[in-house]
Design a protein around this ligand. Structure first.
Ligand code: GRF
Length: 223
């Protein structure tokens, strides 16, 4: 096969700002993410990310959830829009709709999400507020394969950040978001390179790993 033909394609689903989408497009443009972004799809016509995707020459489509009677009808229309691009991987990037079981099963093993917490802690919304309310010292983000349970599924990668005493929701969110922008392109790259293997509920990574980046907090004070 010609090498060009073996390049994986992705479709990115957004609902709003689209900064994770931007990080993926930037990695593609920089040559560090060897995929073709076939399209960016949104369930909201006013998603800011649509404009920046279009400005970068990426095809965009809107499947407005308000135009559909129920979740299953919306999901069917969204599937149709996705399948028109025949992507290898569907990347949820701030896509704020709960997906039906049928939708999730259709893309099993090729549907990824990023969630702004260290799952299984804090599924759902307002994760940074919950982390502050609970007083956890470590927070972060998770890239995972999607299963029918909300914000659940085999973990591809997590990044952890400290929670500082004077953090507010915005400060903590910004610290986590910086990590989201780092790990999502990395996770998609691993998928595209065929380095991820699902064994039970665990994702095994066929890439050099070491413990050098291991997080130990608080640091043990020097003797
Ligand atoms: C991110 O924090 C993502 O993890 C969550 O929603 C937010 C979307 O931000 N699911 P953006 O649209 O990617 O800027």
């Amino acid at each position: 096969m010609h090498p060009m033909n073996s390049q994986k394609s992705i479709v990115i689903l957004i609902s709003g700002r689209g900064s994770n989408m931007e990080s993926l497009l930037a990695a593609v443009a920089a040559g560090t993410l060897p995929v073709r972004v076939a399209a960016v799809l949104s369930n909201r016509p006013d998603a800011a990310g649509l404009q920046s995707a279009a400005a970068q020459g990426v095809p965009t489509r809107v499947v407005d959830h308000k135009q559909f009677a129920d979740r299953v009808a919306f999901d069917a229309a969204m599937s149709e829009a996705i399948d028109a691009f025949a992507p290898d991987l569907v990347v949820l990037a701030g896509f704020m709709r709960i997906l039906s079981e049928g939708f999730v099963r259709r893309y099993e093993g090729r549907l990824m999400n990023i969630h702004p917490s260290l799952l299984p802690a804090f599924p759902g919304l307002h994760t940074h507020r919950k982390a502050l309310d609970e007083g956890v010292r470590v927070h972060g983000c998770t890239v995972h394969f999607v299963t029918p349970a909300l914000d659940h599924g085999p973990v591809v990668v997590q990044a952890a950040v400290p929670v500082l005493d004077d953090d507010d929701e915005a400060a903590l969110a910004a610290r986590v978001l910086a990590q989201e922008h780092r790990v999502y392109p990395q996770a998609v790259r691993w998928f595209a390179e065929g380095r991820l293997r699902l064994v039970g509920q665990r994702v095994l990574l066929d890439a050099p790993q070491d413990a050098a980046g291991a997080l130990i907090a608080p640091r043990v004070p020097a003797a």
